[in-house]
Design a protein around this ligand. Structure first.
Ligand code: 8IG
Length: 268
């Protein structure tokens, strides 16, 4: 029956369940860790509790190989707790936009003020090489969908918080930044579509994050977005795109990304 429930009420119920199962009442920071970013959960602090996603209202076990299906509570050096959401629902799974942004709404209900959204993505700008992390500076939401319901005109001017980007840049001065385009997927783009995306201002392309960022802003969270470039976008590299390539680049980058996220989180 959860599909017809008010999304706010479902997020509240999820947050209460997380508090009960982890023993942690308040999570000040939340992170969604995409392809390549998972190892960060082992490094940013001390894991207090791991909860299977399907024990929390509105969450589903992951349908994507290589993606985990748990929620973790982590105690940071500051004493604050971070909630790691290892159970992202993608738009292409067809569960609807409410399911896609349920993690973000749950994070807000759990007390988060900062939402870190990470992903694996294709590089359109040739300056972004496979294996590199890139800060998301802005996005093009090309899903033709919105997580916002009703006449609710949410401002997205500084969606990817310039304060948090500045802070990330201090943690890692070599970080470049770019505009992320979210497409519905699950197919990758054609080379013609990548040329079109380049012309309209996209430098990174993926299948997540933009809808989540919008919901995060609506919920009053400050958003930091990070992409691991796992492949040159279609038509720009030598090889056809494959999920195996994505997973392999992700695994290779994991230690570096974990260390990067630790340094960023330590500055929040
Ligand atoms: I990882 O090249 C990853 N996710 N749409 N295109 C799209 N999504 C992606 C890509 C890519 N690489």
């Amino acid at each position: 029956m959860t599909e017809i429930r008010d999304p706010q009420a479902l997020a509240r119920e999820a947050a209460d369940t997380i508090a009960r199962l982890t023993g942690v009442e308040h999570h000040g920071i939340a992170l969604t860790l995409g392809s390549g970013w998972g190892r960060a959960a082992d490094v940013i602090g001390e894991t207090v509790a791991v909860v299977p996603a399907d024990e929390v209202p509105g969450f589903h076990a992951s349908g994507v190989p290589g993606h985990s299906g748990t929620l973790r509570s982590i105690r940071l050096a500051s004493g604050e707790h971070a909630l790691v959401i290892g159970a992202r629902t993608h738009f292409y799974e067809g569960r609807g936009v409410r399911a896609v942004v349920h993690g973000v709404r749950t994070a807000a209900a759990a007390g988060a003020g900062v939402m870190i959204l990470s992903n694996g993505a294709g590089g359109i700008d040739p300056a972004f090489r496979a294996g590199e992390p890139v800060l998301i500076s802005d996005h093009l939401n090309l899903t033709a969908a919105s997580p916002v319901e009703g006449a609710n005109f949410v401002d997205l001017t500084d969606l990817y918080s310039s304060r948090l980007r500045e802070l990330a840049h201090q943690a890692e001065p070599s970080l470049q930044q770019g505009v992320y385009a979210q497409l519905p997927g699950p197919h990758y783009e054609t080379p013609a579509e990548i040329q079109y995306l380049r012309v309209i201002g996209a430098q990174i392309v993926g299948m997540s994050t933009a809808l989540e960022a919008i919901a995060a802003r609506q919920a009053g969270l400050e958003v930091l977005g990070l992409s691991l470039i796992t492949n040159p976008a279609a038509g720009l590299g030598e090889d056809p795109l494959s999920h195996e390539e994505v997973l392999a680049e992700g695994r290779a980058a994991e230690p570096r990304l974990a260390e990067l996220l630790s340094r960023i989180v330590a500055r929040l």
